[in-house]
Design a protein around this ligand. Structure first.
Ligand SMILES: Cc1cc2nc3c(=O)[nH]c(=O)nc-3n(C[C@H](O)[C@H](O)[C@H](O)COP(=O)(O)OP(=O)(O)OC[C@H]3O[C@@H](n4cnc5c(N)ncnc54)[C@H](O)[C@@H]3O)c2cc1C
Length: 783
């Protein structure tokens, strides 16, 4: 009896579904039409600028993760980015030379700027024209080469990295390349490539930061006298701040709203956001004052202008491109965002891993290198594993740009997560250094990076906003197979066609949701053991691919239910949106890490870095699932989601201490794995430099460790008598004097001691030291 009821119900359900999915005119009238009506009513209105931002860029690997069933073969087939012979040579010679010309303390404290010599080198060697094609005199480097260079420069000095990366990122150079008229390209690109022009790009105003499209800066189309002739032009008023390279720029990219009240260009009164190139000497342009962003001495400052007249030819792309500024900016944003901050902040992490790791071995307390204490191992582990993952993300994302992608969501993921992890890595590094990290001076190699961390968190899309609005918000619309179609249908002015398209998208969407719900449940019940994994992946990573597929299916399902239940309200429920964005991001970070592990030949000694990084990230993804489910606005749906996503409980615990120990150990002694992890770190050879001294001190510490152990044992046996007159106990001297230590061993200890003393040294200054309090008035870039 019971069986026949169940059979009957199941048959009715199947029949209902078949009718629903096949009888289109009926379902359109009965189901889709009323839903369409409500959907159109609740869909938040979208401005042109919002729509342009959402639609800009391309969908890449993020699309696979969003659709719930990533094709891992695609990931493994993405070409591994490599440097050409020219790029490799540039990295080894010009980049190294430039690093050697810069002393960060000199820059940040003494001079307030890079030296004239460094600026000259930057310009002459083409550092400002890495993205400019050779035919205009640029270096025409790949995105990957660009990323490698910025990574290395930032291990030396933030002012150096920023001064080089900004002209190669979103700004006059890139905008000209894509939208400039031939005349503009011919004139400016060769000059930018050789550093004859220093560019800056001014969008942010005091009243519009994150909401940049609401800038009040405005221009009015009018006639005016320009170089003795009457021409069609614009009178522009602007007030901008925070503009990088602004104080020294010779060419200012400027974004403003353009109006045409007299109809000189046509019948549109409001033309839209417009981007122009304003030479520094344009009468009325105020350029030159400077901000002091957290002691980072790259040039940054405000610029203003009131009713400044400029010809329409100043518009990037000429008069034909008036009003296209926002689209231009959004289209170009992804490339720069994929490279600049992911690279510079990975550089910071590499430096921390290298130098703090060495310090943790050289510095002893309680007769033990501090890196051997479990308490210190914990932060060391994060430093190592995060750096491995950050580097993987930076490389994979730059590689996407080289494949021709403009990955809008992926670039936001890379920017957000690399800068956040750098914040953790540098904070951990500071904890390990103790007072050594706190007292500023030439001997401090991390304090400045620590001070400047918030800059990357804030620029190129402030992180809170990026996490709350972009990662999932833009991801859902761009990567989802049906959401954009539904939205487009709602905006369709032909409502019959709109309903037709909506109906198709809606039922496709429903099927998609049901399928992923069932897939997520099945994979949860079976522990994802039956998920197919491409043949040939490293056996030790197989389970990660399976779990990632499971999480991807669960994410697709959870995202869909959230969108179905909350609709446009999800835009305001930023905490939920942020957690959904976290899951998508974690899937991307793990994908990049697996890609790196394969690309580098599955190095057994790197395996702990890979395992810990992935385990930790999967655990965080799991917490993000919990965060969405626990806070789901309708309780019973939340509880049901929990049963579908985690039917047998949570698959991940915190990563193991055992693997954490292996990671920490990797950081405190020289090895090929440590070299790979910190491959782009600039290592000065001179022991007068703190990082140079650390490198040598680490070698000397290791060489001296067996002798040190013997010394300790002699001490324990009471065979060493200290010299009571010595200020610092010198057991080595005592042992040598007593004939208990050979001259060779004594020399090893002496060398270790000399280098260790250099490393633990912190700077002190005369009591009335005041220099460096004021920035130097001289701006050497302009010299
Ligand atoms: C050193 C430096 C260099 C810069 N270089 C340039 C440059 O070269 N050119 C240029 O045009 N601009 C530049 N900027 C500007 C930079 O892009 C802005 O600072 C950034 O867009 C944030 O604007 P804001 O600082 O006014 O912060 P606000 O917009 O006031 O934001 C404050 C906080 O609120 C959060 N927030 C805002 N809206 C939301 C939301 N809807 N949901 C959740 N959180 C939200 C933000 O995440 C942030 O944490 C630079 C800034 C700095 C500090």
């Amino acid at each position: 009896m019971l069986m026949s009821i169940v059979t009957w119900l199941a048959s009715a359900l199947v029949l209902g579904l078949v009718v629903l999915f096949s009888a289109r005119p009926l379902r359109r009238r009965l189901i889709s039409a009323p839903i369409f009506k409500t959907y159109k009513r609740i869909l938040p209105q979208m401005s042109d600028t919002e729509r342009e931002a959402l639609e800009a860029g391309t969908v890449w690997w993020d699309g696979e993760l969003f659709r719930g069933d990533p094709d891992w073969r695609k990931l493994l087939a993405f070409p591994v980015p490599r440097l050409t012979a020219d790029e490799q040579s540039f990295m080894e010679h010009e980049v190294d030379q430039l690093c050697s010309l810069v002393n960060d303390w000199q820059v940040t404290y003494e001079d307030g700027d890079l030296s004239s010599e460094a600026w000259q080198f930057i310009k002459e060697k083409g550092f400002l024209g890495m993205i400019i094609p050779r035919r205009y005199g640029g270096l025409e480097f790949s995105a990957y080469a660009h990323s490698q260079i910025v990574t290395k420069l930032s291990t030396r000095s933030s002012a150096l990295a920023v001064s080089v990366m900004v002209p190669n990122s979103l700004g006059p150079g890139e905008l000209l390349l894509h939208y400039g008229t031939d005349a503009q390209k011919e004139h400016y690109l060769p000059r930018l490539a050789k550093g004859l022009e220093i560019p800056a790009f001014a969008l942010t105003s005091p009243w519009a930061g994150s909401d940049a499209a609401s800038i009040p800066d405005a221009g009015v189309v009018c006639r005016g006298i320009w170089q003795g002739r009457e021409v069609l032009g614009m009178r522009v008023t602007w007030d901008k701040r925070y503009i990088t390279l602004g104080p020294v720029c010779t060419l200012l990219g400027l974004a403003f709203h353009l109006y045409d009240p007299d109809g000189l260009l046509g019948d549109k009164k409001y033309i839209g956001i417009t981007c122009a190139l304003v030479p520094r000497d344009t009468p009325g342009a105020e350029i030159g004052r400077r901000h002091l962003p957290l002691g980072a001495m790259f040039m940054n400052g405000p610029t203003r202008g009131r009713n400044v007249f400029m010809p329409l030819d100043y518009v990037i792309g000429g008069p034909a491109m008036v009003g296209q500024g926002w689209r231009m900016l959004m289209e170009c944003l992804a490339a720069g965002r994929s490279i600049s901050l992911p690279s510079s902040y990975t550089g910071m992490a590499q430096l921390t891993a290298r130098a703090v790791g060495a310090y943790a071995r050289v510095r002893s307390q309680f007769k033990t290198p501090i890196g051997r204490f479990e308490g210190v191992e914990e932060p060391l582990t994060r430093i190592g594993a995060y750096t491995y993952m950050m580097d993987a993300v930076r490389k994979m994302t730059a590689g996407a740009v080289d494949l021709g992608e403009k990955p809008s969501v992926v670039s936001a993921i890379a920017k957000y997560h690399v800068t956040e992890r750098a914040r953790q890595v540098v904070n951990d590094g500071m904890d390990i250094l103790g007072g050594k990290g706190i007292c500023l001076g030439p001997a401090n190699f991390l304090g400045r990076a620590y001070q400047q961390l918030p800059i990357g968190i804030t620029v190129e899309g402030a992180n809170i906003l990026t996490r709350s609005m972009i990662l999932f918000g833009q991801g859902a619309i761009r990567c989802h197979p049906y959401v954009l179609k539904e939205m487009k249908a709602a905006f369709n002015s032909d409502s019959a066609q709109g309903l037709h398209d909506f109906d198709q998208a809606l039922f496709g969407h429903l099927l998609f949701t049901i399928t992923h719900g069932l897939r997520a449940l099945w994979k949860g019940l079976t522990g994802s053991h039956f998920v197919a994994v491409p043949a040939g992946v490293a056996p030790e990573t197989r389970r990660y691919y399976q779990q990632l597929t499971r999480f991807s299916a669960a994410f697709a399902f959870l995202a869909d239910i959230s969108m179905l239940v909350l609709g446009g309200e999800l835009k305001r429920r930023e905490k939920l949106s942020a957690r959904l964005g976290d899951i998508l991001s974690m899937l991307y970070l793990c994908s990049a890490t697996l890609k790196r592990y394969e690309a580098e030949g599955r190095q057994a000694s790197d395996a702990p870095l890979m395992h810990w990084a992935i385990w930790d990230t999967m655990y965080k993804a799991q917490m993000a699932f919990d965060g969405v489910i626990a806070n789901f606005p309708i309780g019973w749906i939340g509880r049901s989601l929990s049963r579908i996503v985690f039917p047998l409980g949570h698959p991940y615990d915190v990563p193991s201490d055992r693997i954490g120990h292996q990671v920490a150990k990797l950081l405190i002694e020289p090895s090929a794995a440590r070299d790979r992890l910190t491959a782009e770190t600039y290592l000065p050879q001179d022991v007068a430099e703190s990082v140079g001294a650390l490198e040598k001190a680490l070698e000397a510490t290791l060489a001296a460790e067996p002798v040190e152990a013997r010394l300790r044992s002699l001490e324990k046996q009471g065979r060493l008598k200290d010299n009571p007159e010595a200020n610092v106990r010198d057991l080595a001297q005592a042992a040598f004097n007593a004939g208990l230590l050979s001259a060779e061993d004594f020399a090893l200890l002496k060398r270790r001691n000399e280098l260790r003393d250099k490393v633990i040294h912190v700077d002190d200054f005369p009591f009335d030291q005041r220099r460096g309090q004021q920035p130097a008035p001289l701006h050497k870039a302009a010299a």
